[in-house]
Design a protein around this ligand. Structure first.
Ligand SMILES: [Zn+2]
Length: 303
């Protein structure tokens, strides 16, 4: 056997050996508060492909990156305070390694969290819209539904996010039960931040604009997809500086705040949708994916 042939066969043996000794883990929290984002990951000593995590009936595509002692996939998940009840919910991880499909599942206990109530007075047509506006509202709901189902594999989000405004003073928290002119409506899907009309609004993450428009309730709106089901949403904008399909970098000015749509005054409404679940975007401004993963538990998938 020539030296070259020997080296090639040795390399082959090493590759085969390393792939059959791949060790992989998933990481997720055992329990979490409803409405709050949590972090998950898949890590492995060897390469793998097509990682997904299924949570709240949605399959979320994850990226595969170099990290730690091999490969890693990061994800952000959550539960929407407006429609998720306390209880135990299944989480399922899947990926392909060495031609084999691996699955790992577990349960996450979601705990109730008290969110306050708020009484608001707005124009009567913003509580019970005139009949002629119903087709418009229905069409906008369809566009938003499609935007929120955007699923791309490349991770464009990095933590901590860029705060959308230079100064963050909340005027209304995420999750607040809202009573408009005495009529109860769904809880608050985002956080309201104090901002005079015309304040620059920056993209918290890099990504692609998937929807913009001036909608009946939301007013001037921008939706940015940052991969793995992470979508940033701004409402009540006075001016929009991007259009659908535009790539944005983290910190880029995408709009100016305003008082359009159903509002009691000028402010920025900031929402974060994770795999279709609206979560509180504010706690994320002061943490990182790595800190959040430390609150989870490792579960071995293969070795
Ligand atoms: Zn709001």
């Amino acid at each position: 056997m020539s030296v070259k042939k020997f080296l090639i066969s040795l390399l082959f043996v090493l590759i085969t050996a390393s792939s059959s000794f791949a060790a992989s883990w998933v990481n997720f929290p055992e329990s979490w508060d409803i409405g709050q984002a949590f972090a998950i990951s898949i890590t492995s000593t060897a390469d793998y492909s097509s990682p997904t995590v299924t949570w709240m009936n949605r399959s979320i595509m994850l990226d595969v990156e170099q990290g730690g002692a091999g490969r890693i996939s990061y994800g952000f998940l959550g539960s929407d305070v407006r429609n998720i009840k306390p209880g135990s919910y299944k989480i399922l991880f899947e990926f392909i390694q060495g031609g084999k499909k691996y699955k790992a599942s577990g349960n996450i206990i979601l705990r109730a969290r008290e969110y306050p109530r708020e009484n608001l007075t707005v124009s009567p047509k913003m509580v019970n819209p005139p009949k002629k506006e119903l087709p418009r509202i229905k069409n906008e709901q369809k566009l938003v539904g499609t935007a929120l189902r955007t699923m791309t594999q490349k991770r464009m989000w990095t933590t901590p996010p860029q705060p959308p405004l230079t100064s963050i003073t909340l005027t209304s928290d995420y999750g607040k039960q809202r009573v408009y002119n005495g009529q109860p409506r769904a809880g608050h899907s985002g956080a309201d931040i104090r901002a005079v009309t015309g304040t620059k609004v920056r993209a918290p993450f890099a990504g692609t604009v998937v929807l913009t428009g001036f909608h009946y309730y939301a007013g001037g709106s921008v939706y940015i997809d940052s991969g793995n089901g992470v979508i940033t949403i701004f409402f009540h904008l006075s001016e929009i500086n991007v259009k659908k399909g535009d790539k944005v970098v983290k910190g880029q000015v995408v709009a100016k705040s305003g008082a359009t749509g159903r509002v009691t005054g000028p402010h920025l409404h900031y929402s974060l949708s994770l795999g279709g679940q609206y979560v509180d975007p504010i706690p994320l401004l002061s943490t990182s994916i790595h800190k959040m993963l430390q609150l989870g538990k490792q579960q071995q998938v293969n070795n």
